[in-house]
Design a protein around this ligand. Structure first.
Ligand code: NAP
Length: 418
């Protein structure tokens, strides 16, 4: 094991490894690094960890156990490592070494040229898939009539697209140079001289590894359909490329396990053959309508960075908001599971906030480890606790007759219900 300055690996437990074919090799006592997070992070983490430990104890009766290892980022890291150490090198090193980590929300430092810690983590570890499952839990107030019909997992490409950070401010020499170059190549196009300009890189490599991960997930979880969401009707080479490369990898890597939408009518009389995953595509704007009007026709969505950002929040809102929305950033060499909301600083230390987002991120982590029994039991227990009317303030204020409990109490009730 590497030598760390401030991280203390636990005495017991073993490292998770990655095999030659990219498969995870998970020991019964894996060491898992955690970042508790800023603001309300410590409250949420404590409640969530209790749920995780109790679940593993109940489900595996001592055969399996997680050896937690604290690593640091955000404000706590400043007190451990010193000034400006928002994301110490050994934190990244530890995630690389131990392969799977979980984190609470982190404060984004404002000003001073410091990047978002979350973005830095994704880039440094090449966590190219942002995975967000969205489903409704009975009892949770939602703005639509039939929230139970939405149950999707969104795979959002995390490293490319207009989020790659290649842009130039208006009226700079760089912008002027780029505008002049575009004019020389595309004389009929007009880019106004006072434009800020950005570059939208979308590669075959980046698109295909993301789509392949989404299809593999659908196959493993026996889900019926993967939808590639894009604006290829307008952005033919970038968004259109994503679709084209997506279909290519579907055929090449999963040929006998998938059926493409274009083959359905011709080869299968319009009906998806049993046991195969349908791979289809939808234009992004139409997809927003579809998810509201016919949500039950979708199960896995693979899309580019910007579309995915919008779609995941829209879907989360549809089933009752961000308090219960988990997420993960996954690459081939590491995965980090995280709450999707921020640090909610006004509630820090009040033991008040909803820990559901981190608890459900833990569910994703258990699924990633192949500990599906633990994952299923937590989802079941969380569902029962909410539908029984025991909830934190955010849900209590919208649910008639609910009993409001503190963050820690909510965790305890869930652990009891496992
Ligand atoms: P926020 O922390 O998500 O909180 C905004 C509001 O959302 C809260 O005041 C609360 O609403 C509600 N909320 C958030 N999490 C909740 C939970 N677990 N349970 C119940 N309600 C919850 O957004 P912010 O205030 O814009 O951001 C604060 C800090 O977090 C910033 O530094 C930001 O950069 C950072 N951030 C980090 C991440 C991350 O680490 N992944 C993500 C986003 C933002 P009510 O006031 O209505 O109760």
């Amino acid at each position: 094991m590497s030598d760390y300055k401030h991280i203390m690996p636990p005495n017991e437990g073993e490292r998770i490894a990655i095999g030659d074919n990219g498969e995870l090799k998970v020991p019964d006592h894996p060491i898992i690094p955690f970042i508790e997070g800023d603001g309300t992070g410590p409250d949420i983490w404590k409640a969530s960890r209790h749920v995780f430990d109790e679940t593993v104890r109940k489900v595996y009766g001592g055969k399996r156990k997680i050896a937690w290892m604290e690593i640091y980022a955000g404000e706590k890291s400043l007190s451990v490592y010193g000034k400006d150490q928002w994301l110490p090198a050994e934190t990244l090193e530890a995630i690389k070494e131990f392969k799977v980590a979980i984190k609470g929300p982190l404060t984004t430092p404002v000003g001073g040229g410091i990047r978002s810690i979350n973005v830095a983590l994704r880039q440094e570890l090449d966590l190219y898939a942002c995975v967000r499952p969205v489903r409704w839990f009975p009892g949770v107030p939602a703005p639509v009539k039939e929230p139970q019909k939405l149950n999707v997992t969104i795979f959002r490409e995390n490293t490319e697209d207009v989020y790659s950070g290649i842009e130039f401010d208006a009226n700079t020499p760089e912008a002027a140079e780029l505008i002049a170059w575009v004019k020389s190549k595309l004389p009929k196009k007009t880019v106004r001289a006072d434009s800020a300009v950005g570059v939208k890189p979308v590669s075959a490599f980046g698109s295909q590894r993301l789509v392949a991960r989404a299809i593999r997930f659908a196959i493993e979880k026996k889900l019926p359909v993967v939808t590639l969401v894009h604006k290829g009707n307008i952005m033919k080479f970038t968004e259109g490329g994503f679709m084209k490369w997506g279909y290519e990898i579907a055929k090449k890597e999963f040929g006998d396990q998938v059926v493409l939408e274009s083959e359905l009518a011709e080869k299968y009389g319009g009906k998806k053959p049993e046991g195969k995953v349908l791979v289809q595509d939808r234009i992004a704007d139409a997809m927003f309508q579809q998810l509201l009007l016919r949500p039950d026709e979708y199960s896995v969505i693979a899309t580019l960075n910007l579309n995915g950002d919008y779609l995941s929040d829209a879907c989360a809102a549809q089933v009752g908001g961000l308090g219960l929305a988990p997420g993960a950033n996954i690459g081939d060499r590491a995965a980090v599971f995280e709450a999707t909301h921020g640090t909610a600083p006004k509630y820090a230390g009040l033991d008040k906030i909803n820990p559901g987002s981190v608890i459900l991120s833990g569910v994703m982590m258990f699924q990633h480890l192949g500990w599906d029994e633990a994952a299923d039991r937590i989802v079941d227990a969380l569902g029962k606790t909410i539908s029984g009317g025991t909830v934190t303030y955010d849900l209590a204020r919208q649910m008639e007759g609910a009993t409001e409990v503190k963050c820690s109490e909510f965790g305890k009730r869930i652990a009891e219900a496992v």
